[in-house]
Design a binder for this molecule. Structure first.
Ligand SMILES: O=C(O)CCC(=O)C(=O)O
Ligand SMILES: [Fe+2]
Length: 335
């Protein structure tokens, strides 16, 4: 029973969600909504995403990151943060929390660089940004599998996840569909290399600093290394472990949906730390792989406060905003 292994985060079981029209589906939606409102994070189980596909994506990710640097650099991430595609080497991206001032950003980067490398992939039909691939002969099959996995995530998003959220919010099952119809999402392969435990303990290097995600929500697949932590909903500044659970996907709300919901749903701070040393360790902290899939609204959509999230007792806190402008503003601050 996976539930017994989980941390303080709630678990949402999609087994009986079906097409989202049954009474059981309504209950799943309500439970999911409560998790997004109270914690902003949940483990999702029985999503219908086959574990074999997830495992295979991790195999491809490891093959990609093991390529020589000069091969990975055939698909370099452009300097603009908003063109979030291709390979970023160690130290290129520094996650920061709502800091937009260049001097302040430079100071954060210099202090404790996120020790990770990443490869970003978007929809092949994205109207705004094109994918950047290494030549297929350098890793035959890689591009095809990434695209297949992207579609697997998108199917779960469109057929189950967004409908469950809509139902939980008391909206029509398909409410979010037109806002996310273009699937302008981002699949990100992440690799945190191994290093001496001491460099993490002394703060010379970090894995990923505390941050919130920008967009609607994130599906996060992690390997068995551990180290993901989520800010406690009850104690600000206290982080609770979100350990890997076989077969479960971590889900979290992003800032965009928090704003859209008039702060009803929570975009919660999270970070990745090196797992603590264990007796008999060699003094090296092992490498870690993870694969977030960020779900975004179509860039041209203007979003105003979600129906049901405002009223006489809860006035609208935010002006309507264009989805693309919002996300670009956030992305440009990370490069
Ligand atoms: O590597 C992880 O588990 C977390 C990654 C993450 O939070 C992110 O990329 O936004
Ligand atoms: Fe994140």
């Amino acid at each position: 029973m996976p539930g017994a292994l989980l941390s303080a985060l709630p678990t949402i079981d999609f087994a009986n969600f079906g097409d989202g029209t049954s009474e059981e589906a309504r209950e799943i939606g309500q439970k999911f909504f409560a998790a997004c409102r109270d914690v902003g994070f949940a483990y999702l189980i029985n999503t219908g995403i086959p574990q074999d596909n997830v495992d295979e994506m991790f195999v491809w990710s490891a093959k990609f990151f093991r390529l020589p640097m000069q091969t990975k650099m055939k698909a370099p991430h452009p300097p603009e943060g908003s063109k979030h595609r291709g390979y970023s080497g160690i130290g290129v991206e520094q996650v920061s929390q709502m800091v937009f001032d260049p001097t302040e950003l430079a100071a954060i980067r210099a202090k404790s660089p996120d020790f990770k490398e990443s490869f970003d992939i978007g929809s092949p039909t994205s109207p705004s940004v094109e994918n950047i691939w290494i030549p297929d002969e350098d890793l035959p099959g890689f591009k095809a599998y990434c695209m297949q996995f992207f579609e697997i995530c998108k199917a779960f998003e469109m057929n189950k996840l967004l409908p469950a959220l809509a139902i939980g919010l008391g909206l029509e099952r398909d409410f979010f569909a037109e806002y996310h119809s273009l699937g302008d999402n981002q699949l990100r392969l992440l690799h945190y290399p191994e290093a001496e435990a001491e460099v993490f303990e002394s703060g010379k290097k970090g894995r990923i600093g505390a941050h919130t995600d920008f967009s609607t929500g994130t599906l996060l697949f992690q390997d068995d290394c551990g180290g993901l932590e989520v800010e406690s909903p009850h104690q600000p500044g206290v982080f609770i472990p979100a350990p890997p659970v076989p077969g479960a996907i971590v889900f979290n709300i992003g800032d965009f949906l928090m704003r859209w919901s008039n702060d009803t749903l929570k975009s919660t701070l999270h970070r990745v730390r090196a797992p603590p040393r264990k007796e008999g360790d060699s003094g090296m902290t092992r490498e870690r792989f993870s694969i977030p899939y960020f779900m975004s609204a179509n860039k041209e959509m203007i979003i105003d406060c979600l129906p049901g999230c405002y009223g006489p007792d809860k006035p609208k806190k935010y002006e309507p905003i264009n989805a693309g402008e919002y996300v670009n503003m956030r992305l440009n601050a990370t490069y």
